[in-house]
Design a protein around this ligand. Sequence first.
Ligand SMILES: [Zn+2]
Length: 489
Amino acid sequence: MRIFTATLMTETNTFSTMPTGLKAFESIGVLHGRDGELPEGPLTDAMLLWGALAQRDSHEIVHSLATFAPPAGRTVRSVYEAFRDEILDDFAGGEPFDLVLLNLHGAMAAEGYDDCEGDLIRRLRDLSKNPVKIGAVLDLHCHLTDEMISQADLLITYKEYPHTDPLDRAQELYDLLLAAAEGKITPTMAAADLPIVNFWATGAQPMRGFVDRMTALESRDGVLSVSFAHGFPWGDVSPGAARTLVVTDDDPELASRMARDLTHELWGMRRETAFQGTTIEEALDAVGCGEGLIVIADTADNTGGGAPGDSTFVLARAIERGVRDLALGPLWDPTAAQICHDAGLGAIIDLRVGGKTGPTSGDPLDLRVTVRGLADNLRQTVPHGAGQTISMGPSAWIEVDGVHIVICSVRMQTYAPDLFTNIGLPLEAMRFAVVKSTNHFRAGFDRIAVRTTFLLGPGAIAGDFENFSYLKRTNLFWPKVGQIGPEFT
Ligand SMILES: [Zn+2]
């Protein structure tokens, strides 16, 4: 067999005012197929796995583009089209292929394209002269479109959020698509819409049980794969929805019935699984509750969902209320970080902090700050890795009357407590840690927090879904609407 692979990923927050351009992809990496051996890392791990499996099974493999950009606004049209056309050219130039294995996000939108993945898969299908089998692994925060489903032979989404299972899903895609190319199975996909907008973490019940049931269903006769595509609430694209997807071995009726049953199960759990959050005031009121560190997750400014990472809503209220022993970070403000470095350690300066990207970041704050720590290249540990760290660039720790802020030059969410401690900020002396993250911080912070509070907003990715008003997607969704059609009551 001849196998073709590519990785093209970003998660698009269509409400973001920050376009995703070439520099954003280059910040993680742009690897061209002709560049030879793939280096190890999160960008290439799926393709490296497929390469190792192909070598084991004596199949020939051709790697095309591998690139990824941090979540932000729509990808610049020319950037998306250049990446897409590079993959198409590599494919056409290397034909014939028996298998196409794609590592995609599923919620990538560009200027003029609401469904980049559907567009790419359709063009690959149109180009192929052979009866090639095309499959993709998708992030579960994807918009699983009819275009993708009709043009691909097999789609599999991650099951876990936080995402701990992309490589397990990549392995399944390889195994199943290879079996399909060899004529051993006939993957048959059916999806069903779930009219809910939510953020479903899978670590806690009842979602843990739901994910385990999906896995168990895959061992039933005739069932090949079961996915729940959560959708991406901050992608206002058409179509955009949460969907279940069941792949059977040539049994469309079974696939449809199971997909529908799973949506009803999720609908029945909607109140228990709804994203629960508090207001900033409620979170800061917790000052009197016992000893230990209280973690406040500023979910609405999580760069992992496309938010800027420079919002000042929590910071402003903490200072106004006179809260002390509060650490907040990272706050993305390269200019402020540079000014702190110029001023030097121990300097007391007037500094404009945060709030620079747009209205969803709040107002910039003009503060008299003390520069308490400086780092040329602050690093924090990434979750679910083997101790790998990631650069936050030139950074500064500043203090305003007991409120401590870690300002960074690289736009990134909070992953681990060493974001604070690596610049010298003693977290053990703090009452509050405000982290800009929704879920990925938990691996590092849960073991040191006595309590964790999730904020609903305000911010670029606020979680008050009942107040959402989409222009392209349907607004018939729970919790905005209580009853949707005769099926979901
Ligand atoms: Zn995701």
